[in-house]
Ligand binder design. Structure first.
Ligand code: S3P
Length: 440
């Protein structure tokens, strides 16, 4: 089993980029594959999740050229040009790949089956299957979970759908199916979620109207290939932002990182907790994803009551918020975050268990937790195979009283290949090990 061994550290500094945005990389592959013309993607995230999406598109006949790790060129086959794959498509650990592809595949003329790893096989899929069935698609789940059988060959029609949960994945699945539907597709969100699909569809010539929490698409019948520059992933940057704030000394600049306002809830949360950082926006062409530099300095964090309105805008960053709270003065209250129980692990339960193992008082609630800041001890925690939990504890260890061994960390490669090496470069003491080596 792969593990991370993380030790206390002092100075964090440097100027770095983090790997490309996972959400945008998935979407660039999907839209590039079904566009007309050649799509060039720069800054692609070569993590296992996005590689699963890429492999699925190749299995359906899309020609792909890789220029190094982060440059990908796709020869788009057009909206109706995908071919039946030879077997089931393996989405690995990726909920985004499975849910967005389900929408896209609902509109094809052929049948597909989507499978995933042990974690993905436990995640809820009726949330996408149900609206797609309302559009006329034939989708079967296994008691609501993967594998998914998408029958294809159905004539889809647009729907007006009120999302029961704030989910960009469900919204995106419905919009992608809407490309293949007759009539208008409308999605109503209970709270605004990441809008990368809407922005990228517009960049590919498919207009999407947004009116507050209501998104509407009238299918144009065609996507036109367009270049995609993928910014650094703010969700990955979060671990290093937190590390730099916890440091005793130094300053860390993260360059060319995505600053889409539907993703920057974590910056508001860190600000509430007293973090000292600056954000400088870069000039980008109209319609492009906002990008900029974040510079972080050592900060004494304080506990905060996290406004539930920020939850959808920081949904992937809560493992890091739990760790920030553990190292802050006073109490932090997280609520309105029940969705965290349906991520790569039950992030409320796994974070609470891990923090308690390191001596922190945590009270779990149905939709969040109360975390009392205090000295963080050394010890051993189980990440439950969840990449973001593994990286959060690795960063927290920089301020622990002893070393922290984090178990089951192979999935860090799903979203942040090279995490330990980049962390070491800025001054963190994080190494990859196996659990069988008790002397390290
Ligand atoms: C994502 C949406 C979010 C997020 C996930 C990526 C996306 O999931 O947690 O990591 O790319 O659309 P939900 O839609 O389930 O909230």
């Amino acid at each position: 089993m792969k593990c991370l061994l993380a030790r206390p550290s002092g100075r964090i500094d440097g100027s770095i980029r983090v790997p490309g945005d996972k959400s945008i990389s998935h979407r660039a592959i999907m839209l590039g594959a079904i566009a007309s013309g050649t799509t060039r993607i720069s800054g692609f995230l070569p993590g296992e999740d996005c590689l699963a999406t890429l492999a699925a598109m190749q299995a359906m006949g899309v020609q792909v050229e890789r220029g190094g790790q982060t440059d990908v060129t796709l020869a788009g086959v057009g909206l109706r040009g995908l071919r039946p794959p030879a077997g089931p498509l393996d989405m690995g650990n990726s909920g985004t790949a499975m849910r967005l592809l389900t929408g896209l595949l609902a509109g094809q003329s052929f049948e597909t089956t989507l499978v995933g790893d042990a974690s993905l096989s436990k995640r809820p899929m009726e949330r996408v299957a149900q609206p797609l069935r309302e559009m006329g698609a034939g989708i079967e789940t296994q008691s609501g979970r993967p594998p998914l059988r998408i029958r294809g060959g159905s004539a889809l029609h647009g729907i007006d759908y009120a999302l029961p949960v704030a989910s960009a994945q469900v919204k995106s699945a419905v919009l992608l199916a809407g490309l293949y539907a007759s009539g208008t597709t409308t999605v109503r969100e209970p709270a605004v979620t990441r809008d990368h699909t809407e922005r990228m569809l517009a960049a590919f010539g498919q207009a999407v109207r947004r009116d507050g929490p209501v998104v509407t698409l009238e299918p144009a019948g065609r996507l036109q290939a367009a270049p995609v520059d993928v910014p650094g992933d703010l969700s990955s940057a979060t671990f290093l932002i937190l590390a730099a704030a916890l440091a005793r000394d130094g300053a860390l600049a993260i360059e060319h990182v995505g600053l889409n306002p539907t993703r920057t809830g974590i910056l508001e949360i860190f600000r509430l907790m007293g973090m000292d950082f600056t954000v400088e926006a870069q000039d980008v062409p109209p319609g492009a994803e906002p990008v900029g530099r974040i510079t972080v300095r050592p900060s004494q964090l304080r506990g905060a009551v996290i406004p539930p309105s920020l939850v959808p805008l920081a949904i992937d960053e809560f493992p890091a918020v739990f760790v920030a709270a553990a190292l802050a003065d006073g109490e932090t209250v997280i609520s309105g975050a029940e969705e965290l129980r349906h991520k790569e692990s039950d992030r409320i339960a796994v974070m609470a268990t891990g923090l308690r193992a390191l001596g922190i008082a945590v009270t779990e609630t149905a939709d969040g937790a109360r975390i009392q800041g205090g000295p963080l001890g050394g010890g051993e925690v189980d990440s439950a195979g969840d990449h973001r939990i593994a990286m959060s504890f690795a960063v927290g260890a920089s301020r622990a009283r002893g070393r922290v061994r984090i178990l089951d960390t192979a999935n860090v490669a799903t979203s942040f290949p090279g995490f330990a090496a980049l962390a070491q470069r800025v001054g963190l003491q994080i190494e990859e090990t196996g659990s069988s080596d008790p002397h390290r």
